[in-house]
Design a binder for this molecule. Structure first.
Ligand code: UDP
Ligand code: MG
Length: 332
């Protein structure tokens, strides 16, 4: 503790929890087929890191099984600078796991997570650090505008965050992504969470601490195109909901109650028709009811299946990701 305080005083930077082997700042960047942007990213990121933590930072580039030249570019940067760490995953594990890997590998007292595609401006780092120094533990970027994204992407993102708010009990701020600066205790708390289905921004909301928003304009991608097609967005939404809420499991009770109610209403109607005109014809309505009930049951079974499948995969206890190689410019 004394050592920590001395470190703080000597270096004059905000790192009261500094432990040996730690450094001032880590920037974690998951990269999947980002060859066209890596050089531009480094050109913007390095001077900013150098300005806020001169010589006391690392940039962790996690290659998430890219099929283009991303890894060779990362290797070249790691060979050039002792501040660049390249991590090569054995295959594509997805954005959230690549980010998780970076958070587990990095050594910074402060850790910034940022996408490779320069949609989130790294120039906000000094302002984020200022907010941390003023007492926050997490500073998350909150998008007030999103340039260069399709109407569908904007609308689906808006619908997703609002649905999530209804379904889950913890607070996940609206319109945030994974662009944020966190202190070491927050990162340690995240790293202590063992789940494989990770929705990192939700997990950050779950751990608590003092969280502050920093509004910003989201730029268009610098180059390349999004790796979040509808299929991956839906998968992320499922992970988000199933990781943080069991409300969908109550769907069965809700459907049961509603269809029971509908049944009684219909019985009343059938009875009144029968009293007035005798037999009630009804092949169409019967088939309708059978099909609707059948589909409701399958839907509920599907929701159960989602949870069950996730439990099955979690119980296998496999590692979240496999690292093929780590390249550190710095041999220490
Ligand atoms: N990414 C990744 N693995 C994947 C998909 C994406 O590491 O399987 C990275 C990608 O390189 C980028 C970040 O995750 O740094 C966000 O991806 P993208 O920009 O495609 O998503 P969007 O901004 O369109 O939501
Ligand atoms: Mg992007």
């Amino acid at each position: 503790m004394l050592q920590d305080l001395q470190n703080w005083q000597v270096e004059g930077t905000y790192s009261p929890w500094r432990t040996p082997g730690r450094i001032g700042l880590s920037v974690v960047v998951p990269c999947y087929n980002e060859a066209p942007v890596i050089d531009a990213l480094m050109a913007r990121l390095e001077p900013i890191c150098e300005a806020v933590r001169p010589g006391d930072y690392e940039i962790v580039l996690v290659n998430d099984g890219s099929s283009d030249a991303t890894w060779s570019l990362i290797e070249a940067h790691a060979a050039r600078s002792p501040h660049i760490v390249g991590v090569d995953l054995a295959r594509n594990h997805g954005h959230q796991l690549a980010l998780t890997c970076g958070l587990q590998v990095c050594r910074g007292d402060l850790v910034m997570a940022i996408d490779a595609d320069l949609q989130d401006p790294p120039e906000l780092l000094p302002e984020m650090i200022r907010l941390i120094e003023a007492g926050a533990d997490v500073v998350y970027g909150q998008r007030v505008a999103r340039a260069g994204e399709t109407l569908f992407k904007k609308a689906s993102a808006a619908a997703f965050y609002r649905l999530l708010e209804k379904l889950i009990d913890i607070r996940i701020p609206r319109d945030t992504g994974d662009f944020r600066l966190m202190t070491r205790p927050v990162v340690d708390a995240l790293n202590a969470m063992p789940e494989r289905f990770r929705f990192v921004r939700g997990m950050v909301g779950w751990v608590g601490f003092r969280q502050v928003a920093l509004p910003y304009r989201r730029d268009a991608r610098f180059a390349g195109e999004t790796h979040y097609p509808l299929r991956k967005m839906l998968a992320l939404a499922f992970d988000a909901v199933t990781s943080f809420s069991v409300k969908p499991l109550r769907l069965a009770s809700l459907c049961g109650g509603l269809s029971g109610l509908a049944g009684f209403v219909m019985l009343g109607w059938v009875l009144s028709v029968w009293l007035r005109s005798g037999t009630v014809h009804g092949w169409t309505s019967m088939i309708g009811v059978v099909l609707i009930l059948g589909s409701l049951q399958l839907l509920v079974l599907g929701v159960f299946g989602e949870y069950l499948g996730r439990m099955y995969i979690e119980t296998k206890g496999r590692p979240m990701y496999i690292v093929r190689e780590v390249r550190r410019g710095d041999p220490q």
